[in-house]
Design a protein around this ligand. Structure first.
Ligand code: OAD
Length: 257
């Protein structure tokens, strides 16, 4: 079948790669039960638009609302387990030199056992001072703070009293220092880039596949739906990453035996 042939072709390129970069987005965690950003939000949060909650202005206006939303998302991540897509990428790291560049703020790649991960958008489980009182980022261990009443909103920074916020990149904010530069260097040096579960609409991450392709990399996309990356991809493996990636990695393994 055409899909079988595409998977074989992808495995051939990956098995021969020397600088493999895997760019992941929310889609890779979808089968773990973590909603993507373009999914309608569930239940309580159905009437909110993530793009209006994930900003510094929203947090300034209503810190409790934004903190509660992240508390809800942290709950989803805590309850989630890595899926076969995450596991396949962790297994692939033992077969080929690779770096995962992820837009995800969950910790599912880490928990699946991947080691070389560049997190472009921060980490939802980590918190920091909103006022950056001791430099960027001023990481705060919320679990170590004296109990606070969640009805009062987020906790306060123990150093300066400002609000504590999640250590994630919000709309309008720049990426962590050095992260984007390293990602761009990796993309430019890649011979194969595997793009998994991203809509390709949020910059600057969305430009990385184009950078890689321009520098001569083979571009392989895994996504059940077309994205902003699809037209640039040499191969589009149309389907959920939890089903496609294990097949690809099994073929890579066969080729390297
Ligand atoms: P999006 O929510 O924009 O896109 C999710 C993508 O995953 C879509 O293209 C879906 O078709 C695809 N998808 C859905 N189910 C899938 C599955 N089972 N397997 C593979 N793919 C699947 O998520 P991102 O592209 O990651 O930024 O969004 C980029 C950034 O926008 C996020 O990092 C976040 C958001 O605003 C920040 O938090 C700064």
């Amino acid at each position: 079948s055409p899909m079988h042939e595409s998977i074989q072709q992808a495995a051939e390129w990956i098995a021969a790669s020397k600088h493999l970069v895997v760019l992941t987005g929310a889609g890779v965690s979808k089968e773990s039960g973590v909603p993507t950003f373009r999914d309608a939000l569930d239940g309580l949060w159905a009437r909110y638009d993530p793009q209006q909650l994930a900003t510094a202005e929203a947090f300034r206006r209503d810190p409790k609302l934004v903190w509660d939303w992240y508390e809800y998302r942290r709950g989803l991540v805590r309850a989630a387990d890595p899926n076969p897509g995450h596991a396949a990428l962790a297994a692939l790291e033992a077969l080929r030199p690779l770096v995962i560049v992820t837009q995800n703020v969950d910790d599912l790649h880490q928990r699946a056992g991947s080691k070389d991960i560049l997190a472009l958008h921060g980490a939802i489980m980590r918190s920091k001072c909103f006022a950056t009182c001791r430099g960027e980022p001023t990481v705060i261990d919320v679990a170590a703070l004296p109990a606070f009443d969640p009805a009062d909103g987020p906790p306060r920074c123990p150093y300066c009293g400002a609000w504590v916020r999640p250590d994630v990149v919000w709309y309008g904010e720049t990426l962590p220092a050095g992260a984007l530069q390293r990602a761009a260097e990796l993309a430019s040096a890649a011979d194969v880039m595997l793009v998994v579960g991203t809509s390709g609409v949020v910059q600057p991450a969305a430009s990385l596949p184009y950078l890689a392709r321009q520098a001569g990399a083979r571009l392989i996309e895994v996504n059940p739906r077309p994205s902003e990356i699809t037209r640039a991809a040499h191969l589009w493996l149309e389907g959920p990453s939890g089903e496609i990636l294990p097949q690809v990695v099994a073929r890579v393994q066969e080729r390297l035996r």
